[in-house]
Design a protein around this ligand. Structure first.
Ligand code: HEC
Ligand code: HEC
Length: 319
């Protein structure tokens, strides 16, 4: 029998036939996956083409919709939202020109955060996914709020193109990210679920001051973590007891204070901020630079001396 005939009439055993079938399947599958992946990478490159106009439009969406929880500079706001401009979140990118003279984004250092949470797509896809559909349950008790859904499809205020623009704007922070120690980083998955430490109970006067804060409409413009309505026109007051000390020690306070004697204690600073809001204008508010003349100027008439004392006592206790 010639070799040729042997091959033609070869009848492999059942096991061999199954094995050969399986192996060819595997080879076919890996080829498909490889082609698929190569295609994905190509798509990603196209998706991250640098588009200055979309970034500009995204900045507006960011300040309208995201800054109150993520901070005017993407630095994060305690209790309300993590940093989105941190090196941990955006990594580092560079702009490069390809052979076609198209400007595109090159990832120099990938986002650590998406690695940490096990997201396998791009950073941009992650931002789009969270913005569209929100995060329906709090991943950690360090946040007082759950993530809003922004997609029009889900009853939110933003169209698809606006969501893609705000994602480009955030990815673009990677050109000049905030150092991690200047940003409010989110807890790693599984961290921060322990119950919060019991807050130091308020004294009767401080409790009364908290009621003044709520009754006099301060919460329409300010936010205090865990306390009622969350305004976003004035600075966040969650840590105003400590912030007040930083303010009076700052150069900006010493040079810019007008018509009032400089406060020497946190309580004096807070009292001054309430009675003479325009004496010193804080630099950063959630929607950008703070506006003079926005905070009512007549609290001296609106509050009794006792209400004012209690209010100042309450705010000074927030550290
Ligand atoms: C009401 C407050 C609030 C608003 C408004 C808000 N966010 Fe968030 N955002 C959060 C909180 C809280 C988290 C963390 C939630 C969690 O992990 O459970 C978060 C997380 C995120 C994350 C994931 C960050 C990470 O490190 O994993 C992205 C991306 C994000 N927000 C984008 C946006 C964008 C874009 C907007 C504006 C269109 C926006 N958010 C508006 C509160 C807010
Ligand atoms: C209409 C909006 C509005 C209302 C209402 C309002 N504020 Fe303000 N507040 C602001 C703005 C804007 C600033 C920042 C500009 C400035 O420094 O005057 C500010 C600044 C402050 C500061 C200084 C914060 C800092 O970080 O240094 C304190 C304290 C403060 N407000 C307390 C109060 C209290 C207490 C009430 C209620 C009795 C109140 N505000 C009502 C808008 C408001």
């Amino acid at each position: 029998m010639s070799i040729f005939k042997k091959i033609v009439t070869y009848r492999p055993s059942f096991t061999v036939r199954i094995l050969t079938g399986l192996i060819s399947m595997l080879i076919l599958l890996s080829v498909c996956t490889f082609i698929g992946l190569a295609d994905r990478t190509r798509l990603n490159v196209r998706a991250t083409e640098f588009d200055a106009r979309s970034i500009e439009a995204g900045a507006k969406v960011y300040f309208d919709q995201c800054a109150r929880c993520h901070g005017p500079n993407g630095e994060g706001v305690e209790g309300l939202g993590p940093a989105l401009a941190s090196e941990q979140f955006v990594g580092r990118i560079e702009l490069v020109r390809d052979d076609m003279q198209m400007q595109s984004i090159k990832v120099v250092q990938p986002s650590e955060r998406i690695k940490q949470i096990g997201w396998s797509g791009t950073l941009e896809d992650y931002i789009i996914a969270v913005t569209e559909a929100g995060i329906p349950i709090k991943t950690s008790n360090v946040w007082d709020v759950t993530h809003p859904t922004f997609s029009e499809r889900l009853g939110g205020p933003l169209r698809g193109d606006q969501i893609r623009n705000v994602a480009s704007f955030i990815v673009n922070y990677g050109l000049n990210p905030l150092p991690n120690d200047q940003a409010l980083l989110p807890p790693a998955p599984g961290e921060g679920m322990a119950p919060r430490p019991t807050p130091v109970p308020l004294t009767a006067e401080q409790e009364a001051g908290k009621q003044v804060y709520l009754a006099k409409g301060c919460a329409a413009c300010h936010a205090i973590r865990g306390v009622g309505a969350q305004g976003a026109l004035g600075p966040n007051l969650t840590r105003i007891g400590s912030v007040a000390e930083e303010r009076i020690a700052s150069e900006s306070y010493k040079t810019n204070l007008k018509d009032q004697p400089p406060a020497t204690t946190a309580a004096e600073y807070i009292r001054q901020s309430i009675l003479h809001p325009n004496a010193y204008i804080v630099a950063q508010c959630p929607q950008g630079p703070c506006q003079a003349g926005l905070m009512p100027q007549n609290y001296e008439q609106q509050l009794t001396p006792e209400e004012l004392n209690n209010l100042v006592d309450y705010l000074s206790s927030l550290k």
